[in-house]
Structure formats: C-alpha cells, structure tokens
Ligand binder design. Structure first.
Ligand SMILES: CC(C)(COP(=O)(O)OP(=O)(O)OC[C@H]1O[C@@H](n2cnc3c(N)ncnc32)[C@H](O)[C@@H]1OP(=O)(O)O)[C@@H](O)C(=O)NCCC(=O)NCCS
Length: 311
C-alpha cells in the first residue's frame, strides 16, 4: 500500500488540505499497490489475526468476508482469501453491509458458533475503495481509503468476549450512497464508463442518518444489557468523518478521551474501518485488557449496527 496525503490530492483534485481537515478530520489514506487486491489485504490481516489467536489456517471452518469492493463478482473474495491462506474445505462467502460489514460479521459469526460450537470462524473485512473513486468528484474521492482487518471467532476462545451485537438497515435510503459496477449498470462491451460506476453520495443526508442511527442503536444495545455509557471504557466508531464521530459521542455523552479516532491516518475504509481501529487501538495501548468497548457503525444500504466487546 502507499499513502496519499491531502497534499498529494491537492495536486490532482480541486481541493485543499485545509478543506478536507476541517470538514472531515482526514489527513491521509492508504491505497493498494497495483496488482494488489482486497483479497491480498484480507489475507495479510487474517495471518495477523490467526497468529494473535495462536491458530493455524487449517483449523478454520468458516471464512466470512465483508466487502463492498470485492476482487470479482465471482468468485467471492472469501474463497480467494481461503486459497491465499492455504485453507481448503471451509465454508467461504462474502457479504456486503458496506461500512457496517464487520459488526454484521460479528453477528453472523456468533450465530455460526452458537449453532456449531466447534466452529472456528475467520471474519475478514476488506476494501479496495480507491479503485471505485471518481477522482473528478471532490465531494467523495477525498474521503475513502483501502484497508483490511480480521478476527477469529470461536465459542471457547480466550480473547475478547462478544457480549452483544445488534444490526439494522433501511433499504429505502440505499440510493443516497451507491457504488455501481453491478449488473444494474447496463454496460455493453466497449461502452465508456459513467459516473454511476463509482462511489456516489449525498454527503449531507448520509451525515444526518449516520449520527442519528449510530447513537440510537448504541443506546439500544446498552439498555438491553442493563448498561449505561458510564460502563463503556472506549467507543470505537466507524471512522467516516470526525464531525460524525464527535456528534455521536455528544449524543451518547461519551467524552472525546474515551472515543478512539484514527481516521486522520486511514480515511474511511468502509467495512475495514472498525477492525483496523480495534487493532490500532490495541497497538497504541489505548485498548487494554479488561476494557468494555462499544462498536458503532453506519454505512450504505443503509446499514448500521452496534456491538459490546469485553477485552
Ligand atoms: C462530504 C462532507 C464532508 C461534505 O461536508 P459539508 O460540510 O456537508 O460540505 P457541503 O456539501 O456543504 O459542501 C460545501 C462546499 O464545499 C465544496 N466541496 C466539496 N468537496 C470539496 C473538497 N474536497 N474540497 C474543496 N471543496 C469541496 C462543495 O462543492 C461546496 O461548495 P459550494 O458551497 O460552492 O457548492 C460531509 O457531508 C460528510 O462527511 N458527509 C458524510 C459522508 C460520509 O461519511 N459517508 C460515508 C458514511 S459511511
């Protein structure tokens, strides 16, 4: 991956570091190298997660991968990750919940290990968003970056405990944030690629819904566990925009020093943003054993979710 700073963007996008920093908090984003794909980043993250869990790839029974920027429509990226790790025979599939992918994945992994207690689920979340940015659309291209994260979920592991998770959606609002290139994009061979092939977004509307839904679902998850925000040591929200994160923190009454932010380094990496932030918070010593963490996400679909993890 290489790093694209706001100053790099100034050279080919009609924008400034000052605009991007004050409106979003983003200072730089990472970009996959030529020839490197979402599956490569996911495999790299998976190797780290497996080492962290003290497990071998051959022990994995399920590879479930969150992405809205898969390498191909078919084969699915989970199968590519599986092959890169040398796994054969696991159940492997992709799902798309955009930026909520990781929390959706936690919910699915929990269901899998509940039904099959011996399951060893590898959850990856990976995005190659820079491949679907329209560099002529300054209102979107400055926001996103590439990245990946991974976790291993078991019924009996020694890592963080998933205390609760809740996911929600509203498909009526899907048109406010789209990435084309699916079969609804009626291209014939040789047609020029249109704007609809890339990320398109009504930023203001997305902003409003993101704040409202991330705060509401977080509150709901806390309440149904008899907890308050006072019981949360750290909020790790989806890293889309610093102003969204601050507004969610305000609504929940969680002070900034208990909210983890790393979007200045990575931009919005969609499904990868939360697992990347968890790994980063651990590496920086911000997330420590014994802490209860609240995850909150929002993304295209619209989808949103929240989870409680006890490290
Ligand atoms: C996209 C976003 C940063 C725009 O911020 P905003 O305060 O709403 O800005 P506006 O849309 O009002 O645009 C203000 C002006 O800045 C301009 N502008 C937009 N992008 C710009 C850029 N990169 N550089 C410079 N100017 C830019 C606009 O053209 C507009 O100019 P105008 O007033 O002359 O028309 C903000 O809406 C946002 O972050 N929304 C949520 C997006 C998101 O996180 N999506 C993913 C969720 S999973």
């Amino acid at each position: 991956m290489d790093v694209l700073t706001n100053f790099d963007l100034e050279k080919f996008v009609e924008t400034t570091d000052e605009w991007i920093t004050t409106r979003t908090g983003i200072k730089q984003r990472h970009r996959l190298a030529e020839g490197q794909n979402a599956s490569d980043a996911a495999a790299e993250a998976a190797r780290l997660a497996l080492a962290d869990a003290g497990m071998e790839p051959g022990e994995i029974t399920h590879v479930i991968n969150a992405t809205c920027t898969p390498d191909y429509l078919c084969p699915n990226t989970a199968c590519l990750v599986e092959a890169k790790l040398g796994i054969v025979g696991a159940m492997a599939f992709d799902f798309n919940a955009a930026c909520s992918g990781y929390v959706y994945g936690l919910s699915m992994a929990r269901a899998i290990v509940a039904a099959q207690p011996e399951a060893r689920v590898l959850l990856t979340a990976t995005e190659a968003l820079t491949r679907r940015l329209n560099w002529a659309d300054r209102s979107t291209c400055v926001l996103f970056g590439d990245g990946a994260g991974a976790s291993v979920i078991t019924a009996d592991g020694e890592g963080a405990l998933l205390e609760d998770v809740r996911c929600a959606s509203d498909g009526n609002l899907g048109g406010l944030l789209t990435i084309g290139g699916g079969t609804n994009t009626p291209y014939a061979k040789g047609d020029p690629i249109g704007d609809d092939f890339f990320v398109q977004m009504n930023g203001r509307d997305v902003f409003k819904h993101a704040v409202r839904n991330m705060a509401a679902i977080s509150q709901e998850v806390l309440e149904r566990n008899g907890l308050t925000t006072g019981d949360v040591a750290l909020l790790i929200p989806h890293q889309a925009n610093l102003r969204i994160i601050e507004a969610v923190g305000d609504r929940l009454g969680i002070p900034a020093e208990r909210v983890f932010v790393n979007l200045h380094e990575f931009g919005n990496t969609s499904a990868a943003s939360v697992p990347l932030a968890i790994a980063d918070a651990r590496a920086k010593g911000v997330l420590r054993p014994g802490m209860r963490v609240l995850l909150a996400t929002f993304g295209g679909g619209f989808t949103w979710g929240a989870a409680l993890l006890h490290f």
